[in-house]
Design a protein around this ligand. Structure first.
Ligand SMILES: C[S@@+](CC[C@H](N)C(=O)[O-])C[C@H]1O[C@@H](n2cnc3c(N)ncnc32)[C@H](O)[C@@H]1O
Ligand code: SF4
Length: 362
């Protein structure tokens, strides 16, 4: 049996776990935000100048923690900290991480590495060296995704809108590897790779790091968002998408990386967000996921528990693991999914789960 888990610690739920949560009406994962500011200006970022991005009335600490409490009571096993800016530069970063971990949930942190890769800045902010901070995060059981859109410094700086960023990112990545985030199975180190016409030529070089360093990779074409609207020539073409899927799934087959279905995380885990999670912004606004603009309520008015219970549409997505938002926006048309599915699923490499344990209705 293949024991490689195609996912990252805290963001992989096997079919049995999902089925049980669905049966009990539990939530499994929450996308959450802390703070707001970010020194970078990534071309693709849905959290800069987005219509949901008005920076006022942010959650205060008491409500922020209360949402974490509610999440735990709803059954949430991991909190994915996906924004609202660069989370590690928030003064209360450590307090917030400890709070989530103290409730028995795994923190999956998304970072550009601007603090971890800058020792002086880290000491100033957190009164510890960046190595100490990385070790502290490791000891707290966290998983970390770090931004790798390009291995070419000039290109990475251009995509991130910040001169000198790639050097800092590389230092942060080296540190995370040094501390051992990539040692366990499933790994606790992920690379976040946003695919565009700028970096399509090097995606396979970045993907090769999966087996070289035992990292998980979140290789994605952009979600629908205002940034994409502003940069209409950002996305790759239909043919490039098909070729990229073919290359990545061929890599998985060659290296025994199990996969299930044609995932929006190319070559990666199936997205279980829609049947099992919600996204709560730094202002308390609740959406189904970052790809959705349908406002489900605000935790200042209704508790997270109340919103989850009222939101019956989630049940429609039990057993759906593709991305309707990318599909509706034409970023991932259904016929491309069908074409790839027919071609690739017959060669699928599976993990401990039997083929057919999940039903993809997308
Ligand atoms: C909003 S950022 C905040 C955390 C941190 N500053 C970072 O960049 O990792 C969280 C994650 O969202 C991803 N992201 C931002 N805009 C996106 C988009 N339009 N489509 C897909 N992913 C996006 C980023 O690559 C990052 O991994
Ligand atoms: S570093 Fe993160 S929050 Fe900042 S602009 Fe880039 S994707 Fe957005």
């Amino acid at each position: 049996m293949n024991d490689i888990i195609n996912g990252i610690h805290g963001w992989y739920f096997g079919p049995e776990v999902i089925a049980e949560a669905n049966r009990k009406g539990q939530m499994l994962t929450m996308d959450y935000e802390l703070g707001r500011s970010c020194p970078l200006r990534c071309i693709y970022c849905y959290r800069t100048d987005d219509s949901r991005d008005e920076q006022k009335d942010l959650l205060d600490t008491t409500i922020w923690k209360h949402v974490v409490d509610d999440a735990r009571e709803l059954g949430v096993q991991s909190v994915k900290l996906i924004g609202g800016g660069e989370i590690t530069q928030e003064p209360d970063f450590r307090e917030a991480m400890e709070y989530i971990a103290g409730k028995g949930m795994i923190v999956v942190l998304f970072t550009a590495g601007t603090v971890l890769g800058n020792d002086n800045y880290c000491r100033k902010l957190h009164k510890m060296s960046s190595r100490e901070l990385a070790q502290w995060m490791y000891d707290l059981g966290m998983s970390v995704f770090i931004k790798v859109d390009s291995l070419n410094h000039e290109l990475q700086d251009k995509i991130a809108g910040f001169d000198g960023f790639a050097v800092i990112r590389d230092r942060a990545l080296e540190l995370l590897i040094d501390v051992g985030f990539n040692k366990p199975n499933p790994t606790r180190l992920g690379l976040e790779v946003n695919v565009s016409r700028h970096n399509i030529h090097e995606i396979m070089d970045i993907y090769a790091l999966r087996t070289k360093f035992n990292v998980y990779e979140d290789v994605v074409v952009s979600m629908p968002c205002d940034a994409l609207q502003r940069n209409k020539d950002y996305d790759i073409t239909y043919d490039q998408k098909r070729d990229l899927y073919r290359s990545i799934y061929a890599f998985n087959q060659e290296h025994g990386i199990p996969y299930e279905f044609i995932s929006p995380f190319i070559g990666g885990l199936v997205c279980s967000q829609l049947g099992n999670g919600l996204y709560v912004t730094n202002r308390g606004d609740v959406f189904h996921c970052p790809g959705s603009f349908v406002h489900l309520g605000n935790v200042k008015d209704v508790s997270l528990k109340g919103i989850w219970k009222q939101f019956s549409e989630k049940e429609k997505y039990h057993g759906t693991y593709f991305c309707p938002f990318r599909e509706d926006a034409g970023i991932f048309p259904a016929h491309l999914v069908e074409e790839l599915r027919a071609e690739l699923e017959s060669h699928r490499v599976t993990a401990g789960t039997k083929v057919g344990d999940r039903t993809n209705t997308a």
